[in-house]
Design a protein around this ligand. Structure first.
Ligand SMILES: [Zn+2]
Length: 152
């Protein structure tokens, strides 16, 4: 059981919000909780392999599209599940009950979805490196501190 983390795959690493490079360090500083500000605080660098979590200025702006896509995908999934389990009809309010339940479900999941979006986003830019101990993480300092690049 203690060896389990070494076999963490892409999906469990992304869903668990682990560093995409080493799949061992946590991307976020705090456990998922009710404090929305704490929820989104990331480690500047991976605490295990040193991978920067922000690859350039505004790196996470695109994640709103990811969370939108996740929201749509989840809504489709709950609609299908509702159709199978409860059924849909134009003769009663079952469709509206789905809409209400789905909205509540998405609101409850929102803090996790926002984190998952960031985790997925960075996983598309940073490759898994099983030999991360032997390599340095990519240097991004001039991309996140643009005013320093002209000062040499
Ligand atoms: Zn790492």
């Amino acid at each position: 059981m203690g060896e389990q983390h070494k076999n963490r795959g892409y999906l469990s690493s992304s869903i668990g919000c682990y560093c995409p490079r080493c799949r061992e360090g946590k991307l976020f500083q705090h456990k998922l909780g009710l404090n929305l500000k704490n929820n989104m605080m990331m480690n500047k660098n991976c605490t295990v392999c040193g991978q920067p979590s922000e690859l350039e200025v505004g790196f996470y702006y695109g994640t709103s599209y990811v969370s939108y896509a996740l929201t749509v995908a989840l809504s489709v999934a709950t609609l299908v599940a509702w159709y199978v389990i409860i059924g849909l009809s134009t003769e009663d309010n079952r469709f509206y009950y789905w809409m209400g339940s789905n909205a509540a479900f998405l609101i409850i999941l929102q803090p996790w979805l926002m984190r998952l979006s960031r985790s997925l986003w960075i996983s598309w830019f940073v490759k898994y490196d099983p030999d991360w101990r032997e390599h340095q993480p990519e240097d991004v300092s001039e991309r996140i501190n643009p005013d320093q690049s002209g000062n040499w």
